[in-house]
Design a binder for this molecule. Structure first.
Ligand SMILES: [Zn+2]
Ligand SMILES: [Zn+2]
Length: 437
């Protein structure tokens, strides 16, 4: 009997009854072929590979991360809660030491869901990785966590949630936002005033091949992880970089994904996107499973694979090398960059427009953060969504709040003019509370 060198937990939640619409790429049968492949290859018979059943995440698990307007049940369905809960089950299996690694093969995905949620963005309602990470911290104690997002789309939701948190390093490699939804994810998006450098974006040009992805992992991601020294590495394992994916333009293969996983050695992988449901997903998932378990994946091969399909033009090779150098240099200078950007400032504000493509909603935000050397800094967001008839104030007291930031946050929440807003929210991380008035 085959024995896995690393014990691996697998959680499947294919959500066979959930779709955005019958012809939408995010539809019922998306994981059907993957599940067949895993069964056919006898993966679950391998000694050391264990299947776990998902459970729904609780409302509180979601509220720890999101301000859903008006509330969680209006914005997250049963499938969303079970997808998030599948990630929680994967986390428990690893943190309790039952397995060395885990892979949550669940849908719907989550990495476009931001702190405030008025509706679905990029197929996502709630952010399943973030819900998992905050659950881990609540249940197992504070951790330094790195999220490496290898989905083809920029994970703008995860970036937003961890924008101010220097204990959570967010690294995203994705197709350049000038050519793909959601249009963001460039080097200047580098983290908030108290977490400068802990958001790193590497926008890769369309037609990036196997070589480019693996170069970025070896020459940027691994060196940064070595500097950051996380307790846990989480991989947002989107599979839409595959050369057959219908909604993107990259040239990555199943074996490439397996090699990437082998290099990254994530503790927990969570499926994100991937819409070539027959031509890619069964092979990519198989490759990731084998690599996580420490087994040979060299035989995994798509029926239509050829080296020409994953080759990249020479100019892309040079461009990625330059981009990795610049990004790594910025990471090394993050403390100096922060000192310059906050010099003499008490607070820093930014205005943002957040578009909800699935439902056609527009949100306008003004976000303000106190510059603070002692914690992640009090943050508040004044947010309007005219399409939903909402104008809310959301106050965020960070996990490591210093006494001053806590006091200011409580004052802001108490004193906010209830006639101006349709809702005033206080997310109090240290107390694990969400208050709404
Ligand atoms: Zn994607
Ligand atoms: Zn503070």
């Amino acid at each position: 009997m085959l024995k896995a060198p690393h014990r691996l937990g697998l959680v499947f939640f294919p959500a066979y009854d959930w779709a955005i619409s019958p012809t939408h790429p995010e539809r019922e049968e998306r994981l059907l072929y993957t599940q067949d492949q895993v069964w056919e290859e006898g993966i679950l018979d391998i000694d050391g590979i264990t299947e776990y059943r998902p459970r729904p995440a609780g409302i509180k698990d979601v509220e720890r991360v999101h301000i859903c307007v008006p509330d969680v049940r209006s914005r997250a369905g049963d499938s969303d809660l079970i997808a998030a809960g599948g990630a929680l089950v994967a986390a428990d299996a690893v943190l309790r030491g039952e397995v060395d690694r885990a892979f949550a093969i669940v849908r719907p995905p989550g990495h476009h869901a931001q702190r405030i949620v008025y509706g679905n963005r990029g197929f996502c309602n709630i952010n399943i990785e973030a819900i998992m990470i905050e659950y881990i911290r609540r249940r197992y104690g504070p951790k330094r966590i790195a999220i490496v997002d290898t989905d083809c789309h920029h994970g703008d939701g995860t970036q937003d949630i961890y924008w101010h948190d220097k204990d959570t390093l967010y690294i995203s490699i994705h197709q350049d936002g000038r050519t793909l939804y959601p249009g963001s994810g460039f080097l200047p998006e580098f983290g908030g005033p108290n977490a400068c450098g802990y958001t790193l974006n590497l926008p890769l040009p369309p037609e990036t091949g196997e070589e480019g992805f693996l170069y970025a992992v070896e020459n940027l991601i691994l060196p940064v992880l070595e500097d950051f020294r996380p307790d846990l590495i989480i991989n947002s394992a989107g599979q839409d970089n595959h050369y057959t994916d219908p909604i993107t333009n990259m040239r990555f293969s199943a074996r490439g994904y397996a090699r990437l996983t082998e290099l990254l050695q994530p503790h927990i992988a969570v499926l994100e996107g991937g819409y070539s449901i027959e031509g890619a997903l069964p092979y990519v998932n198989l490759g990731i499973i084998l690599a996580l378990a420490g087994l040979d994946y060299s035989w995994v091969r798509e029926p239509d694979y050829s080296p020409a399909k994953v080759a990249q033009p020479r100019e892309i090779t040079d461009y990625i090398a330059r981009l990795c150098r610049e990004t790594y240099a910025a990471w090394r200078q993050r403390h100096e960059i922060r000192a310059r950007s906050v010099a003499g400032r008490k607070e820093i504000s930014r205005q943002r427009r957040v578009y909800y493509d699935t439902e056609g909603l527009l949100e306008l935000q003004k976000e303000t953060t106190l510059v603070c050397d002692d914690c992640a800094g009090l943050t508040w967001i004044d947010s309007r969504c005219a399409d939903r008839g909402e104008h809310i104030l959301a106050v965020f007291i960070p996990r490591d709040a210093c006494p001053r930031c806590r006091q200011e946050g409580e004052k802001l929440f108490r004193r906010a003019d209830r006639r101006t807003y349709t809702g005033v929210y206080l997310q109090d991380r240290p107390e694990d509370l969400l208050l709404k008035e």
